[in-house]
Write a protein that binds this ligand. Structure first.
Ligand SMILES: [Zn+2]
Length: 295
């Protein structure tokens, strides 16, 4: 079913990274800039992420001895430096996710470049490290994003949905490695419910969410794909959900032949395969959403 699977390290059947986007109240300030400060209940729901969920998630990762990836808006890193410190202390990757979760599809050329740079500057001032990767807020990736990310030396993107395995985005300034995911691996559809944010998904049980995710994982394992769940600490880090996820991570490890690694390690491995010629990626036009038009 997958014609050209990546040769994963140590004969693993698939690569997995549980990515968590720590959005916190950036979502609220973006949606309601004038009155976010007074919307205390919704703020508390979002703040649950850095304050309660992150320590819980990190404890699970320590329990299983795995390193993973967090995507964090620059504003959230500035507001919750202690959450970032805790991630880095345990050896996890922290990568970029906008500044205030802004939508590049609603920005001008100059504005997208400004917010991307501000995002990376803020994140790097807190992490003290060069940012390895990027996920566009709410998958809002634009026709300019590839060139801007290449300008900033970003090694991979994780915003697109164009394949089951990594592929390359060909832009004017070079190629960017894409590590794709999709909505079927996201916790927004089963868990996101907030009147203030205009999202009223019918909430699913953790078991139902994992029924969908396990099907996605299982076929990636069978056919040699890449499984990148897109989760949020304020959603998936709630007690019942993370309790279930903690158990399911154990089930994945018990299944075996799975390479669980941070996104930057997966990107590095895939680039090495390309450079040595042991695997050849599909190459996709980074501007295809503009019907082939180039800048
Ligand atoms: Zn986000």
């Amino acid at each position: 079913m997958i014609a050209n699977p990546v040769p994963w390290p140590n004969g693993a059947k698939c690569a997995v990274c549980f990515t968590l986007d720590m959005d916190a109240e950036s979502l609220l300030h973006l949606a309601h800039p004038e009155k976010a400060h007074s919307m205390v209940a919704t703020a508390s729901m979002l703040r649950y992420g850095p304050d309660v969920a992150i320590p819980r998630i990190l404890a699970t990762y320590r329990h299983y001895g795995i390193k993973q990836t967090f995507f964090v808006p620059g504003w959230c890193a500035e507001r919750y430096p202690y959450a970032i410190e805790a991630m880095l202390k345990d050896g996890h990757e922290v990568s970029g996710h906008g500044y205030l979760h802004e939508n590049p599809n609603k920005l001008s050329d100059v504005e997208e470049a400004y917010w991307l740079e501000r995002s990376l500057t803020a994140l790097q001032s807190i992490t003290g490290q060069k940012t390895p990767g990027w996920r566009a807020p709410l998958y809002n990736y634009s026709h300019r994003s590839t060139d801007l990310l290449l300008d900033h030396g970003i090694a991979y993107d994780a915003s697109l949905m164009g394949d089951d395995i990594p592929y390359l985005l060909q832009a004017a300034k070079g190629t960017l490695l894409e590590l794709p995911s999709h909505w079927g691996m996201d916790d927004w559809p089963p868990f996101m419910h907030s009147l203030d944010l205009g999202m009223e998904m019918p909430i699913q049980s953790p078991a139902r969410a994992w029924e969908v995710w396990w099907d996605e994982f299982d076929v990636m394992w069978t056919y040699g794909g890449l499984w990148i769940p897109v989760w949020h600490p304020f959603l998936s880090g709630r007690l019942a959900r993370w309790h279930h996820t903690h158990q399911m991570i154990g089930k994945i490890l018990d299944k075996g032949q799975v390479w669980i690694a941070p996104m930057q390690d997966i990107a590095q491995h895939v680039r090495a395969c390309i450079d040595t010629g042991s695997w050849a990626p599909r190459v996709v036009d980074a501007y295809s959403s503009r019907n082939g038009a180039r800048p």
